[in-house]
Design a protein around this ligand. Sequence first.
Ligand code: TRP
Ligand code: SF4
Length: 404
Amino acid sequence: MATGDWDRRVLSGMRPTGRLHLGHYHGVLKNWVRLQHEYECFFFVADWHALTTHYENPYDIEQNSWDTVIDWLAAGVNPGSATIFIQSRVPEHAELHLLLSMITPLGWLERVPSYKDQQTKLREKDLATYGFLGYPLLQAADILIYRAGHVPVGADQVAHVELTREVARRFNFIYGREPGFEEAAEAAVKKMSKKAQRLYNDLRKAYLERGDEEALERARALLAEQQNLSIGDRERLFGYLEGGGKLILPEPDALLTETPKVPGLDGEKMSKSYGNTISLREAPEEVEQKIRTMKTDPARVRRNDPGDPANCPVWGLHELYSDDGTKRWVVEGCKRAGIGCLDCKKPLIDAIRSEQSGMRDRARRYEEQPELVKAIINEGVEHARDVARDTLEEVRAVMGLTHR
Ligand code: TRP
Ligand code: SF4
């Protein structure tokens, strides 16, 4: 695939679940802040996605969306570098979702692992809905409407990016053919030896029908070996391998971010549903209080009992926040009972408070002047819609929808 704008474009979304915490910061936001300098970034609040599971009680979604945006800004996502917006304000996503739904086999959606997993996990909710089944297709529309080449996501979202690739491939296969392209390609196939023809056709089929990447590689190698093809025919056959002539919706890559484990206050993974979080906008006294009462190695009942950082969630935070010297001091002091747990926690309290002081200041400005946040979103929405409209216009045209 030739490179294009999409190689420089990054898109990611987050469902609005409320105030963000240190888990989001280390797992997602720090990465976004880095990416915004290297790529053309689009970051959005996926409020429609929240509605797929919270349709019975949607009243927090709006406030959660604003809180999410404020936390992004506080963490350093810069509206001067990245386009920040809210999904439902860009209705083009919905139109593309609808159009993609025409060509998406039901089985593809039913097989996405999160479909069954979430239904089991959230058993108290009725998720046998059309909207929930379409969750990953809506996500595909989110990505494809910007023709984004890279999608930073955690491991749980990789299957959704994979589906996006399959849908894009099918779309290009069905609608990307230029008039006469197929005939010209078929004629070019016939110029190869019988054996090469058969192999080419089999490999092409394996790739187009099952997404078999290895078959694609083998077919490309086969073409490269052919002596008696003109350059034009060779190009044609390369294009034909991937479906058609024209690439309308490029296939994105998942930009898998290794997410450091951020322990929560009880030692479980930090997560809102466990109620064990430190939020990005936590008051300094609260940070201190929460860390002071954070769980430690249960072996250290008394000050004189030695412990082991390997059994202590506080150590997980030192791994994120402390330099080598401090970490050595912790390991030594813990194992020999040379320091108490409160001593051990002190440098962490300082580190987290100082990390957050800038964030709290930025957040306060936006809390006090919500119109600033609204203006940032309005601008982001406008830019996002410009880009989205361009894609949609092309999509409409190839689908025969230009009655204007
Ligand atoms: N499903 C994603 C999540 O739960 C959120 C999301 C929606 C998203 N649309 C997206 C992420 C597009 C990346 C790209 O985290
Ligand atoms: Fe945990 Fe530190 Fe206490 Fe050891 S000294 S148990 S690492 S808090």
